[in-house]
Structure formats: C-alpha cells, structure tokens
Design a binder for this molecule. Structure first.
Ligand SMILES: [Zn+2]
Length: 277
C-alpha cells in the first residue's frame, strides 16, 4: 500500500485560468500508474484560479474517498474565524491536517498568531505540516523556513504532531535532530527534486535519507510524499524502491505511518472496489 502525504492540485505559472479539473485528472492518472492508494492534497496559503481554496478543494474531492485535504493557512489573512469552517470539514473526515508556509510567507512557526491554529490541531487531533527548506520561488525568505524553528513549537505544543516537510532540504541534519529529539515531530521526503531525479542527485539524496535513518531518526517518523506536480511520482517510486532499508521500514514510510498520523482508513483506496454501502 502507498500513501502520498504531500500533493498539490495547483498549476504553477499562469494563475489566471482555472486548472483544477485538469490537475485532478492528471494526478489520478499518476496514482493509477504508480499504484498510489491514497493521497493528501495540500491547499496553498493563497487562492487563485490555479490554486483552489480549501473550500473549493473539499467540494471538488467530496466524492473521492482516496483523496483527503490538508488545509493551507494564510499568515497574512488568518483569523480564528477560518477555523470554524475547517472544524466542519475535519468532523466530516475530509480535512486531515493543517499546513503552514514559512519562507513563502514571512513568519516563524512560533509566531503568536498561530496559537489558535495549534490549539485547534490539538483539539481535533490533526497534525500541522510545516514547509521547510528551499522555496520554489526566489521571492521566498529562507530564514523563516529553517527546520530548527519547528523545535520551538514542538516543545510548546506537545499535544500537537508536526511534520517537517521536505526533510528541511538542504538543512537535513537540522531536521534530523528536531525529529530525533521530539516524539511529536515527523518529516516527509517530498519535493527533493524538480520533475524526475537526475541519476547522481538521486543517489546523493538516497544516501541522505539512509543516513537520516542511520542517525537515529526512527522509520516511524518518516513519511512518503512527492510534492506532485513539482516532483514526478514515477521517479519517487523508483527512489523508494532503491532505498537500502529493511522492507518493514519501507512499508511504514510508504503507508503505515501516514495512516496512523492522519487517521486514514486503509479501505479508502483507489484500488478498493466497494460494493453495497
Ligand atoms: Zn509542497
């Protein structure tokens, strides 16, 4: 079983055209081809025609049980009122987490503005995913996106589970330490490449992930994600296949950890044929 915990149904480039129908279809095709059972779709910190809002996304995916939503929050416009609507989606089981985008937006995870969001996550028992590392756009400010900043909120909100996205790349060692130290911190391996991995870079990154597991990061704390459409699903599957770790750990990373962390139902698989009710 494979669960991709980090996908976007956005189109980057011309943002004036509505693209959701097309990206959804393309991603479902990629799932089918690569035997991805379930995926979590992360909405952006801003909504445009090419980046659907959480409301639009929940609506578009309402009849697709194998696609759930992680709600991106907008630092500049966030108000506790946003959480009212999200509470309904969480209760309905469609929204499975929150996502913050430091670096893309100018804030540290410990910014007091997020306190209601962390309390919400604790109350509803959903994880908070935090962008870390390189930003796709040169307009991002990297100091905010350093994985070390996740340590502070992990300590201050011990009842909340956090996900350091992209293993903090290139600050992988710093990410390793924060995950190693805090039982409530996980990391996903998404977005390590643009498109397909180039051979030498793939070998380099595989070594980094192997080292991370060797260092003391438990395989229980690592999640499989791609960051599609930025990275290709095919090349990520190949990356995982060639990772030199025990099969048992691979199963955890590919699916079991996400099922546990996000409270997913393994029966909500693209390949599950459901009969009757
Ligand atoms: Zn992403």
């Amino acid at each position: 079983m494979i669960i991709d915990c980090h996908v976007h149904l956005n189109h980057y480039g011309d943002e004036s055209v509505r693209t959701l129908d097309r990206t959804l279809e393309q991603f479902q095709l990629a799932m089918r081809r690569n035997r991805i059972d379930q995926a979590l779709v992360l909405t952006s910190y801003m909504a445009t025609q090419a980046r659907p809002s959480t409301r639009e996304m929940v609506h578009a995916l309402r009849d697709i049980p194998y696609l759930k939503v992680v709600a991106g929050l907008d630092y500049l416009n966030f108000g506790p009122n946003d959480l009212g609507e999200l509470a309904d989606y969480v209760r309905d089981g469609k929204v499975k987490g929150l996502k913050l985008y430091p670096g893309y937006q100018p804030f540290y995870p410990s910014d007091p503005k997020w306190r209601p969001a962390y309390e919400f996550a604790a109350e509803h028992r959903i994880p908070v995913m935090i962008h870390t590392g390189d930003t796709y756009t040169p307009k991002g400010k990297l100091k905010y996106a350093h994985p070390l900043h996740v340590d502070e909120v992990a300590v201050d909100f011990p009842e909340v589970n956090f996900v350091i996205c992209h293993i903090g790349n290139p600050w992988i060692r710093d990410c390793m330490e924060v995950v190693y130290k805090n039982a409530n911190v996980y990391t996903d391996i998404s977005g390590l490449t643009l498109g397909a991995f180039e051979d030498r870079f793939e070998a380099y990154m595989r070594k980094q992930v192997q080292e991370m597991l060797l260092y003391g990061v438990e395989p229980d704390s690592v999640l499989f994600g791609t960051d599609w459409p930025i990275a290709s699903v095919e090349s990520y599957i190949e990356f995982m296949e060639e990772l030199a770790i025990p099969a048992r750990d691979k199963r955890k990373i590919l699916a079991e950890n996400s099922i546990e962390l996000y409270g997913l139902d393994p029966r909500d698989s693209l390949f599950q044929t459901r009969r009757g009710t």
